[in-house]
Write a protein of this length. Structure first.
Length: 320
């Protein structure tokens, strides 16, 4: 069953009518409605193309959060061979919001780390909706140390509304864990590439995405705060989220202009949720190209490249 976003309601009506016609034809074989159904299909395709041609920042937020969008687990299962998950932070617990381990991307051994939101109620609760606790970031640090020790490229898949802000997480050093993870990203002497596959929220995303190369899916977002949170702070009204989304410059297109995002990965028409296989293939292609580029650099050059990238952020100014 297709989940439609609020702005996709006209599309839902057309596709619903086409399906109703086909359902009637299945019940009565004498009915010939294929031409009418095909005309509705074409109308829906044209409308979908028009809707996604120039999405507003707020609509991109909705698409980035779409429940049917492929998540970290989907990318790992489709792109990586011989995935061996590694669990725990060797200190407190295993955080199921963060998954990672050893794998092979093509003929190259890598370490892959990502945030997993879950697909249904049970898995979303288990994964804490992709919001990592301190032990999740400490698990990521452990995996990055392992990658550095054995000379393995690190791939991070970012999809989180932000780090978990609960009392227990704060008591166990949430901010320190995020800072240490960000620091570790800057220190490791191996290629580090990151893809924002959905939401890149605040420090919870930065702790994984302080990479040599940051790519974003076409309709993903990356921001210091959610539009709702920004609106609640600046206007004391969360309903101003559309204005906040405009002001935050959180789209892949804006961030590419500002130099925060190095590469925009195209999505199928209608978003990654419409054709997950095609979207995942595009991400796999981009990952291979970025790692090939970085593999030509030695450890010192990789670290220098990464530090220079982040020290230079903001040099283009907000007028970019």
């Amino acid at each position: 069953m297709t989940n439609y976003l609020e702005f996709e309601k006209p599309l839902a009506e057309i596709e619903g009518k086409a399906e109703e016609l086909r359902a009637m034809a299945r019940e009565n074989e004498e009915m010939d409605i294929e031409k009418e159904a095909e005309a509705l299909d074409q109308k829906a395709a044209d409308l979908l193309q028009d809707m996604y041609k120039d999405l507003t920042p707020w609509r991109k937020c909705l698409v980035a959060r779409h429940p049917d969008r492929p998540h970290c687990k989907d990318y790992i299962e489709a792109l990586f061979d011989e995935y061996t998950p590694l669990a725990g932070d060797r200190n407190f617990a295993d955080d199921h919001a963060v998954m990672g381990g050893l794998a092979r991307l093509g003929d190259r051994s890598v370490v892959v780390i990502g945030q997993e939101k879950g697909h249904d109620t049970k898995s979303r609760i288990e994964r804490n909706f992709g919001m990592a606790r301190p032990e999740g970031y400490r698990k990521a640090i452990r995996l990055m140390d392992l990658a550095h020790r054995f000379g393995l490229p690190v791939i991070t898949l970012v999809d989180t509304p932000g780090a978990y802000p609960g009392k227990g997480a704060e008591e166990r050093g949430q901010s320190e864990a995020i800072a240490r993870s960000t620091q570790k990203c800057l220190e490791i002497g191996v290629p580090l590439v990151s893809v924002i596959i959905g939401e890149g929220g605040s420090g919870g995303a930065v702790a994984f995405a302080t990479a040599n190369r940051v790519a974003m899916l076409e309709h993903s977002i990356y921001s210091v705060i959610t539009p709702e949170g920004c609106a609640a702070i600046l206007w004391k009204n969360a309903e101003k989220m559309r204005e906040a989304a405009e002001a935050l410059r959180l789209t892949a297109q804006d961030l590419n202009q500002l130099g925060v995002c190095d590469r925009i990965i195209p999505e199928p028409v209608g978003g990654a949720q419409r054709d997950a296989k095609a979207a995942i293939e595009e991400v796999g292609k981009a990952l291979g190209e970025m790692i090939d580029e970085l593999s030509k650099m030695d450890s010192a050059a990789l670290i220098k490249d990464r530090r220079s990238k982040y020290l230079g952020l903001g040099s283009k100014g907000l007028a970019a």
